[in-house]
Write a protein that binds this ligand. Structure first.
Ligand SMILES: Nc1ncnc2c1ncn2[C@@H]1O[C@H](COP(=O)(O)OP(=O)(O)OP(=O)(O)O)[C@@H](O)[C@H]1O
Ligand SMILES: [Mg+2]
Length: 331
């Protein structure tokens, strides 16, 4: 069997932020390990979901993949080439190949620009194309995302949240990207609109062979839309497996907590937001040993002292948990 080539690969990437260093009376001083050794592969045409509570490092991972932040250590490969070495033309090509859609369609679109200019901006910045060619492309892109040609003349405030996210998707598609980073693309939308936008993204993926890195704090969203799911907790991946295994045989106690706290709705019928229980943990004050042990019902003495490593427990099913490694799954 021929293995598909990896499109994006992160190898043990870390990001440390310093905060409050020179600010007197800063509430938080020191360093925060926002991302602490994350490795994954994204294959062409597939969707990798990153899920976890607020502050676990999802957006920081996305920003490193988009080359908006430089990893403190570790490597990101694009078609096997280390992106840290990209200069000039390589960076231009990379920015064309990777696009992003962010959470807040109200903040991510320039309120003073007409929709036509917003959608065509990535093209006009990067290429010399005739006005007619750009207009045609804008009409085509608006049609692809379910909007009409006359919408190009309007401003973002004239649209609903779902329509604005369609505009953001049209803009992301303008460069014919290989991969789109979707950072909480539906979490600011009404529940009834969330499924429409997710279905649009899934249809576009099939039509254009797109690859997605989909970030969400909502389990229903990643289960609905992803091929592979990686759960993050305080800067680390705690479990990674196929979407099917994630539901059928979750391994990590943290995943059990997430799945058990709220019944998972049938996502085909209704995408409901699942709020995670308890205070989100703080990366400013990392527990010793396993980062999840203070909240874990299965924690043992070893969990307080030794940090577990992400390892394969079943075929293509990874978890970072001492108890799961020993028992091959929780009872
Ligand atoms: N530029 C920065 N400077 C200092 N700390 C930062 C910076 N960016 C992120 N952090 C910190 O890094 C941690 C991870 O943040 P990140 O935004 O990646 O989390 P997230 O999982 O995307 O959260 P959310 O679900 O709320 O979007 C947080 O503690 C955050 O405060
Ligand atoms: Mg975020």
């Amino acid at each position: 069997m021929v293995m598909a080539r990896v499109l994006i690969e992160t190898c043990d990437i870390r990001k440390v932020f310093s905060a409050g260093g020179r600010v007197p009376f800063a509430r938080k001083k020191g360093r925060v390990k926002a991302v602490d050794g994350v490795s994954f592969e994204i294959f062409p045409g597939k969707t990798l979901g990153l899920v976890g509570e607020s502050g676990c490092g999802k957006t920081t991972v996305a920003n490193m993949v988009l080359k908006l932040e430089r990893p403190t250590s570790g490597v990101i490969n694009y078609h096997g080439a280390d992106i840290s070495g990209f200069k000039g033309e390589d960076i231009r090509k990379y920015r064309h190949a990777l696009q992003a859609v962010f959470q807040d369609p109200f903040a991510s679109l320039n309120p003073r620009m007409r929709v036509g200019s917003i959608v065509s901006e990535p093209l006009t910045v990067q290429k010399h194309q005739s006005k007619n060619a750009i207009k045609e492309r804008v009409d085509e892109l608006l049609d692809i995302v379910g909007l009409r040609p006359e919408h190009a003349r309007r401003f973002p405030h004239e649209f609903s949240g779902g329509q604005r996210q369609r505009i953001a998707i049209a803009r992301a598609l303008s460069t014919n990207p290989e991969l789109i980073v979707l950072d909480e693309p539906v979490s600011a939308l009404d529940v009834s609109i969330q499924a429409q936008i997710l279905n649009l993204l899934i249809d576009l993926q099939q039509e254009f062979g797109l690859t997605y890195l989909l970030i969400a704090h909502d389990l229903a969203v990643v289960q609905y839309a992803c091929d592979t799911i990686a759960v993050m907790y305080l800067g680390k991946i705690t479990e990674m497996c196929s979407s099917a295994d994630f539901l059928k045989r979750p391994l990590h106690p943290y995943t059990h907590t997430l799945l058990g706290s709220v019944p998972v709705p049938d996502p085909a019928v209704d995408i409901k937001r699942i709020e995670l229980e308890g205070e989100p943990p703080s990366p400013w004050n990392l527990p010793t040993g396993c980062r999840f042990h203070p909240r874990c019902a299965h924690a043992e003495a070893q969990c307080k002292n030794d940090e577990p490593v992400l390892q394969e427990i079943a075929p293509d099913h990874m978890a970072a948990c001492h108890v799961v490694s020993r028992t091959n799954g929780l009872d």
